[in-house]
Write a protein that binds this ligand. Structure first.
Ligand code: FPP
Length: 285
């Protein structure tokens, strides 16, 4: 039966994952929300003399691995930048490839995601997506909405300025209708008008392929996110790279505008850095 074929991800934990869970899973400063700009599919393919579509196809494999890995080690929220508003400007053949891959991913993966308690959501101007994709997304959301594992958010036809402008328009309308008092609008009010309102701000942003840009992704939400950039192209990014990014994040001192001394007074001592380094080395070897 199909159900029997579904893998229980926690039954295939690797040694380094067990270490991560035991040592870091419960740490206060473990990143709850990781956002990823998955970049470099095209270059991955071109460097192998393959059509760009193959890079995107391989990119979906990386999504499968990373969702599984994040879920296994207890990341609560994972937001993947899968298609930006600006990506609609790409040649229609490439847009079609990406939309077909999205539909295929949803058709093939939702049962296994559900089996592993993943809750699937999407942010962006979803009405611009093909109807089939919209329906698959709505069905996936409905099926998984009560799951209490990883919340996977796919950013699709998403851009942060689009989201911010929508929020501004809604706030203006609500103020006009007397539902909001302009002088009382604060950061939390504003956040609640964004499509990301159901998720905390990302703790960690990972971007692949060495580019150092935010590319219109979660601009408001990432005011204080830590950034990890790797030269690897997205199709080559694997669970070990994810763990390395998380371990690197754990070595950061997040000051939120305060001084280092203030932060050290407030926080319990950070995890032992040499231990962290040993885990990174073990994972990389
Ligand atoms: C960037 O590579 C990648 C994207 C356009 C988004 C990520 C898409 C996938 C991983 C595959 C599709 C999956 C879904 C769920 C839609 P690029 O084409 O910009 O690479 P380049 O900068 O090397 O050209």
């Amino acid at each position: 039966m199909k159900k029997d074929k579904q893998i229980n991800w926690t039954s295939e934990l690797q040694e380094e994952e067990i270490i991560l869970i035991e040592k870091f899973g419960e740490m206060d400063n473990f990143p709850k929300h990781i956002a990823i700009i998955m970049d470099g599919n095209g270059r991955w393919a071109t460097s192998r003399s393959l059509p760009r579509a193959m890079g995107h196809k391989q990119g979906v494999e990386a999504i499968r691995d990373i969702v599984k890995a994040a879920s296994k080690i207890g990341v609560k929220y994972l937001t993947l930048y899968a298609f930006s508003v600006e990506n609609w400007k790409r040649p229609s053949v490439e847009v079609n490839v990406l939309m077909n891959l999205l539909e295929q991913y949803l058709r093939q993966e939702v049962d296994e995601l559900h089996h592993n308690k993943v809750k699937l959501g999407a942010i962006g101007e979803l009405s611009s997506l093909p109807r089939v994709a919209q329906k698959l997304l709505a069905d996936a959301h409905e099926k998984t909405k009560d799951n209490d594992g990883l919340q996977l958010n796919l950013a699709l036809s998403y851009s942060s300025r689009w989201d911010i402008l929508n929020a501004v328009k809604s706030i203006a309308n609500d103020a006009k209708d007397g539902k909001l008092i302009p002088s009382e609008i604060d950061e939390s009010t504003f956040s609640n008008y964004l499509s990301t309102k159901a998720t905390p701000d990302p703790d960690l942003l990972i971007r692949t392929s060495g580019e150092m840009r935010l590319s219109n992704f979660l601009l408001w939400e990432m005011a204080y996110s830590e950034i990890f950039i790797t030269d690897k192209y997205w199709p080559d990014f694997n669970s070990k790279d994810l763990y390395e990014a998380i371990l690197n994040y754990l070595t950061r001192e997040r000051r939120f505008g305060k001084t280092s001394a203030q932060v050290q007074d407030e926080n319990s001592p950070n995890a032992n850095l040499s231990f962290l380094q040993r885990v990174v080395n073990a994972i990389k070897s």
